[in-house]
Design a protein around this ligand. Structure first.
Ligand code: GLY
Ligand code: MN
Ligand code: MN
Length: 439
């Protein structure tokens, strides 16, 4: 069994290999995210930068990973805050370089205060510098300063990196395919969030406000050790279900409403992203059930299409065709399937894509097309499957369908033979959902 530290070390080793392949070696510098002030002396809850955390697992602010692919081999260095008894009394534990080196598997760890002094030496005689460009403005300035500092030393016989590479490109490619440790964390995130959706179904009743359901979700996330929401929870009842990124979560719900919840926790840096839609009073009406069954059929057809070797965009086409045929069958659209596909008429009710990469970021790193061609799925890729239907009041729509909004979203991991549904525990069929609402 590999321990967690080895996974992080292997990711750093893989990046070092890429640096050698790309430029014959070089220096990679990955800063973590700064703390951000919310108001006066309060900061937002701290979250490390995804790229930095992917390579280190190190949770503290004020830290930089430095990877050297040099003529005498590789060196993995962490710069981090020093131990500080006074600050630790006020703000809590700090690893300090000595412990961080051991626990996070670096060859060397140094105080962050030594960074400015050490960098010119680390960057001298390296063919390339690999670092994020345009991610943090103060860092961009520090990189420019560093390059100038090294250039200023040329008369001592050193050379500055000739090439600066945005390290996010190779890291995005790596992050697209999850390793075993990432898969385990995503399974856990999916399981916690699935439980939260079941809890929301059981708790919701007419007369509640949307924020009360949001509180139930949050309760379930935190009590299972999730650190945060992966994105602001969407708790959208009645007409709000037709607002794709609804945020207010403040409407009072009534019997007869549907409630669309798009919510997932972040567990040790990994996102889950689930949508379920259910009746506030526990029973789907006839038209609600018709639309729900259609979206469910589309979602199941999409899931069926996910396996290694297929194009990322294949299941999006599946969603469009199943939904468009359903709109014709329900009398929401007129014409033939080819006509409504060609004209795009189905977009009146379905206007987003069927999913996206999922990982440390809810809309995760990784290209969708490579030189124009759709990315093909390989084992280890993680993605969402989330068709929906949103029927706003309109002259061309029968009134009994007005304000019905349904989305069903699962998270899947591509496996050698197909896929694993990470969020299968969230109730989904009409019977499962109505049953969960009765609990
Ligand atoms: N919750 C954002 C999304 O589903 O993409
Ligand atoms: Mn999503
Ligand atoms: Mn979502």
């Amino acid at each position: 069994m590999r321990n967690t530290r080895q996974f992080y070390r292997e990711r750093r080793t893989a990046l070092l290999r890429t640096m050698r392949d790309h430029a014959g070696g070089g220096l990679a510098l990955l800063p973590t995210a700064p703390e951000v002030v919310r108001n006066r002396d309060s900061t937002y809850p701290y979250r490390p930068d995804s790229y930095f955390y992917y390579l280190s697992g190190f949770p503290e602010p004020e830290a930089v990973v430095a990877l050297v692919a040099g003529p005498d081999g590789d060196r993995q260095v962490l710069f981090c805050r020093e131990k500080n008894e006074e600050r630790e009394i006020w703000d809590g534990f700090r690893y300090g370089p000595e412990a961080a080196k051991e626990i996070f598997g670096f060859d060397e760890a140094l105080p962050i205060g030594a960074l400015a002094e050490k960098l010119p030496e680390l960057a001298s005689d390296r063919p390339a510098l690999f670092t994020p460009l345009g991610l943090f403005e103060p860092w961009d300035r520090q990189v420019t300063q560093l390059l100038n500092d090294v250039r200023a030393r040329v008369r001592t016989g050193v050379s500055a990196p000739e090439e600066v590479v945005d390290v996010r490109a190779p890291l995005d490619t790596m992050r697209l395919v999850k390793d075993g440790h990432e898969a385990d964390l995503m399974r856990r995130a999916g399981a916690i969030s699935s439980g939260a959706h079941a809890r929301a179904m059981a708790a919701t009743r007419p007369g509640w406000f949307e924020y009360q359901v949001e509180a139930e979700l949050m309760h379930e996330f935190l009590r299972h050790g999730a650190q945060a929401v992966a994105y602001p929870s969407i708790v959208a009842s009645g007409p709000n279900a037709c607002v794709l990124h609804y945020r207010d979560n403040d409407r009072e719900m009534a019997a007869g409403d549907l409630l669309l919840i798009d919510a997932g926790c972040e567990y040790r840096g990994y996102a889950s992203d689930i949508t379920r839609t259910f009746p506030v009073d526990g029973r789907f009406s006839g038209p609600q059930k018709d639309v729900y069954e259609l979206v469910l059929a589309a979602q199941l057809a999409c899931l069926d299409a996910i396996r290694p070797g297929v194009e990322f965009h294949d299941y999006h086409k599946v969603a469009e065709r199943v939904l468009a045929q359903g709109y014709l069958d329900l009398g929401l659209l007129q014409g033939t399937l080819d006509e409504v596909m060609d004209s795009g008429a189905y977009k009146q009710f379905y206007m987003h894509r069927a999913g996206h990469w999922l990982g440390m970021d809810v809309h995760d790193a990784g290209l969708y097309r490579v030189q124009g061609a759709s990315q093909r799925l390989v084992p280890g890729m993680a993605l969402t499957v989330e068709p929906g239907t949103y029927i706003r009041p309109a002259d061309n729509v029968p009134e009994h369908f007005w304000n019905i909004g349904v989305r069903i979203e699962d998270d899947v991991l591509v496996t050698a033979t197909g896929h694993e549904n990470l969020t299968a525990a969230a109730p989904k069929s009409v019977a499962e959902v109505e049953d969960a609402c009765r609990r």
